[in-house]
Design a protein. Structure first.
Length: 98
């Protein structure tokens, strides 16, 4: 059995599309850890971590959901990250192999 504990937060940021046009999105970010860490503390840590992206212009290296998820995975030292824009039906999942 594998137990994961997850927390979620929202971030809003701008980026350039493939044509170079600046625009913004709101992303829902859900982060998962193995076992049972203190979820309230982890949510606080996630919200604090996301301030490096929130209300900023994202660099090309993290401008897409998959790349943003990879950065968050490394930054939060977690096992799985889900990045979504549900109103647009766009989702990305980045995780370490089980």
């Amino acid at each position: 059995m594998r137990i994961l504990t997850g927390v979620s937060a929202v971030l809003s940021a701008a980026h350039r599309d493939r044509d170079g046009n600046m625009h913004g999105h709101t992303w829902q970010v859900t982060v998962w850890w193995d076992d049972e860490p203190d979820a309230v503390q982890k949510q606080k840590e996630l919200k604090e971590y996301l301030t490096i992206f929130d209300h900023h212009v994202l660099s090309d290296g993290v401008a897409w959901g998959e790349h943003l998820g990879k950065a968050i995975l490394h930054g939060m030292k977690c096992v799985k990250v889900e990045v979504s824009r549900p109103l647009e039906g766009l989702y990305a999942v980045v995780e370490w192999p089980a």
